[in-house]
Design a protein around this ligand. Structure first.
Ligand code: DGY
Length: 323
């Protein structure tokens, strides 16, 4: 009896060798090991007759694409965020969307912590200065920053990553305050030693504010001129969620006018393009969307995305279905 054909899968990004091996043993995969970004036309052409799409955060999977992908049954993204996928369009067509939560929580919280520390203690700014050969002597007032220990950590968005950040606060003897769409259960608040406050109080009271909320149409530029004006002039603002949460020109205005202490950014509106005003400012620590980028975590994310994809294509329930 002829065996049934293996499902066809399009992969948009270069994968680790072990992921390629596993995927190739289970499906008929079209790979992109050269990591060449696929435009809309290439995605549409590549998805003809294809049942599974393995993609990542920077791939825009919108209505134009899914409407023309007649055979598509599953979009599996190697990311926890799904704002790059038109979920409603997928749902209307019965296309399952899966993502990779949990495995990246602690790694992403680590990067948030690193950026917050870098912004508060001027780590990247002073390193650039040192490398440029400017350091001639030690002096009492060189690159003075603000303390992280015993300061107030503010967290906007208290999901898994927000909670992981809050738990780190205990090690630095910080007071932790948070705002979230809904208040956490008392036992989770106690575990995180975090106090729920209004959004206004969060902006006003935080010495170090970290954004960890998912990006949706409703919270576009949730940090704009009005919110920045509420913050302490010495405060730091760190974003490890999505660039569209911050009005970047308003942030540049605040930093240029010394109305905000410093910023730590891993994500940008329109990335990989960076607002030139942010690039020109010394008191901003910048990383290229590295939140989950440890070897183990990226490996785990790839494994999970492949598990989700293969389960769905085999007619089983994937572990992490979004729609
Ligand atoms: C995520 O998992 O959403 C990260 O931001 C990588 O895209």
């Amino acid at each position: 009896m002829p065996s049934s054909p293996r499902p066809r899968v399009l992969v948009t990004r270069a994968l680790f060798p072990e992921h390629v091996e596993r995927l190739s043993s289970e499906v008929d995969a079209t790979l992109n090991q050269a990591d060449v970004p696929l435009g809309v036309d290439e995605l549409v052409a590549g998805l003809a007759g294809v049942e599974g799409l393995l993609c990542a955060g920077g791939d825009r999977i919108d209505e134009t694409i899914v409407a023309r992908a007649d055979a598509l049954r599953c979009v599996s993204t190697i990311s926890v965020g799904t704002n790059h996928i038109d979920l409603a369009a997928c749902e209307r067509r019965g296309i399952v969307v899966t993502h990779t939560p949990d495995v990246l929580t602690e790694t992403t919280a680590d990067l948030g912590w690193a950026l917050m520390m870098a912004a508060a203690r001027r780590v990247t700014e002073s390193e650039r200065w040192l490398r440029a050969g400017h350091w001639k002597r030690w002096s009492l007032d060189q690159f003075l920053g603000v303390d992280v220990h015993h300061a107030t950590l503010g967290i906007l968005g208290m999901g898994r990553i927000g909670q992981a950040l809050a738990r780190r606060g205990a090690g630095f003897a910080m007071k932790v305050i948070y705002h979230n769409r809904s208040r956490l259960a008392p036992e989770i608040e106690a575990d995180c030693r975090a106090t729920y406050v209004s959004r206004e109080a969060l902006f006003a009271e935080a010495d170090h504010l970290v954004l960890v909320l998912p990006y949706t149409r409703d919270n576009h530029h949730v940090v704009g001129a009005a919110e920045l004006a509420r913050m302490k002039p010495t405060a730091t603002l760190t974003n490890i969620a999505r660039g569209g949460l911050i009005d970047e020109d308003a942030l540049a205005d605040a930093l240029e006018a010394d109305r905000l202490g410093a910023a730590g950014l891993d994500v940008y509106e329109g990335e990989p393009r960076i607002n030139p005003r942010l690039l020109a400012l010394s008191r901003v620590a910048l990383t290229p969307h590295l939140g989950s980028a440890s070897r183990d975590t990226r490996r785990a994310m790839g494994d999970l995305a492949i598990d989700n994809l293969i389960a769905t294509l085999a007619g089983r329930a994937p572990a992490h279905r979004v729609v």
